[in-house]
Design a protein around this ligand. Structure first.
Ligand code: NAP
Length: 357
């Protein structure tokens, strides 16, 4: 049995912060007791500060909570962070140094050698890296930072992991069609994106490639050896509200049949025994229809945590090609962080060692 633990949200008013509030409402293990955002919002109630953009009502209890300044005083010991990268680089270490667990969405520390970059179904063993961290000049209070990947990397790597484990991966070609909500709020100006495709998202292709290598990499002597993979990525912003679609071609180390790939996805259930509240029953679900997956129809599978795969067929350049779709602010952001926290909690490792229950 778990008692509900107090958690806070850094960047609570943004797109990902709002998803945290939605996903944590009625969560069996965690209860939101603290919200923080920028100086523009602090001092207001959450209801006054936020432009609520989700299709479920803003919970009344949350609407009346005050927005605090983003400083560790009075913050709970467990924090979900949804800050812009530059802000996260400045602020997240302050919370870790104050002895907090920072479960972060931002890219600021994802590639730092002692910071775990984790998808629970893919590389839970990397979480042990957190014990090597030391933040702040006054000694280690047990605080740490754990990150989840970029929103495109998550969907891709959840689909690649069963193939890497069973057959070995040699090369990946991926082209993304990413939703506008991935750029935060207000994000891409409507006049740039309506009726349009923008074939550039700053740093996205680089993140997708390097994070895939780290996520599929091996923990050796306290370091991650990246997975040896040839990979290239094209990233595009499209006029879709939520849900990132990715066209993927893979070269495998073994000759395999279509049925063997489908079985690898179907039988990929690494968290089945863990009973984590946010874990989907099926991390990768294959849809055999010729025109699926589609963002509007498939993004909410598994309450937004399932990656939908489709259109599996031979590739004349590499071996096989397929399409995947994942919800960028749930599986790709808030849900991913929540699942990381649930995994840590299930192992009694979420609360920093120096923190009182
Ligand atoms: P967003 O909508 O722009 O929200 C940013 C949040 O940061 C807001 O709550 C904002 O508060 C707060 N903030 C800004 N400046 C601050 C400051 N100086 N001090 C404290 N708080 C400050 O961004 P988002 O889309 O939610 O993304 C948040 C993070 O998650 C980013 O690092 C992003 O790369 C990452 N991420 C996003 C997605 C996605 O699909 N959107 C997916 C994966 C990862 P105010 O309202 O007060 O300005």
């Amino acid at each position: 049995m778990h008692s509900r633990q107090s958690v806070g949200i850094l960047g609570a008013t943004g797109m990902v912060g709002q998803r945290f509030i939605q996903l944590l409402e009625d969560h069996p293990w965690f209860e939101i007791t603290w919200l923080a955002a920028s100086d523009r919002s602090s001092g207001k109630t959450y209801g006054e500060a936020v432009r609520w953009k989700l299709d479920t009502p803003l919970p009344a209890r949350i609407a009346s909570m005050p927005v605090s300044p983003a400083t560790p005083e009075n913050a709970p010991k467990i924090l979900f962070a949804a800050l812009d990268t530059d802000i996260a680089r400045d602020l997240e270490p302050n919370f870790a140094a104050a002895g907090c667990a920072v479960i972060s969405n931002s890219s600021a520390f994802r590639m730092q050698a002692d910071v775990p970059l984790v998808i629970p179904e893919v590389n839970p063993e990397h979480l042990t890296l957190a014990s090597r961290q030391s933040w702040g000049a006054n000694g280690n209070l047990g605080g740490y930072i754990v990150t989840n990947p970029n929103c495109s990397a998550i969907g891709l790597v959840v689909a690649l992991k069963p193939l890497a484990d069973r057959f070995g991966l040699k090369a990946v070609f991926v082209s993304t069609m990413q939703a506008v909500s991935g750029a935060g709020y207000p994000g891409v100006p409507s006049l740039d994106i309506l009726g349009n495709v923008v074939p550039f998202i700053r740093n996205e292709e680089e993140k997708l490639v390097e994070e895939t290598g780290k996520l599929l990499g091996t923990l050796q002597d306290g370091r991650i050896a990246p997975y040896p993979l040839r990979m290239t990525a094209h990233c595009n912003r499209v006029a879709v509200e939520d849900g990132h679609t990715e066209s993927v071609s893979v070269q495998l180390a073994a000759k395999v049949t279509r049925e063997e790939i489908l079985a690898a996805w179907r039988e990929f259930q690494p968290l089945a025994a863990d009973s984590l509240p946010t874990a989907p029953a099926q991390p990768v679900e294959f849809d055999p229809a010729e025109d699926r997956p589609q963002p509007r129809l498939d993004r909410m599978r598994g309450r937004g945590m399932t990656v939908t795969a489709g259109r599996l067929r031979p590739c004349t350049l590499l071996d096989w090609k397929f399409t995947i779709l994942s919800h960028n602010t749930i599986r790709g952001a808030a849900g991913a962080a929540l699942l990381n926290a649930e995994l840590l909690a299930s192992q009694n490792r979420l609360l920093p060692s120096g923190a009182a229950e």
